[in-house]
Design a protein around this ligand. Sequence first.
Ligand SMILES: [Cu+2]
Length: 124
Amino acid sequence: MDTAELLVIIGALAMIAMVIWYFFGEREKVSAAMTDAGVQEVKITVKGGYSPDVIVVKRGVPVKLDFFRDETASCSDQVIFGDFGIARDLPPYKTTAIEFTPDKAGEFTFTCGMNMLRGKLVVT
Ligand SMILES: [Cu+2]
């Protein structure tokens, strides 16, 4: 095997790794900041997805998730936290706060109304 062939193989493996990371990787993981009022607050931008899309919070402490929807694409006009019985409309170009206290630890998926956009709430 000569160097050129080796480079092609390395390049191909790097591409495969990128694709796997893109579809299955945790793109952006953020731990909630604690406000003076003792609330765990995270700002999330909604634009073709959730950014950050992995949010880490503590169990038993009130959480405030500020969803700023930076688009009008109808896909994202609802956000659903099925495990917590929360479904909320997100008006475009506005911030919608979702407040609740996670009472169970684990990893909980949140999605748009069609189950297409996905994020993960990690309760520790
Ligand atoms: Cu959708």
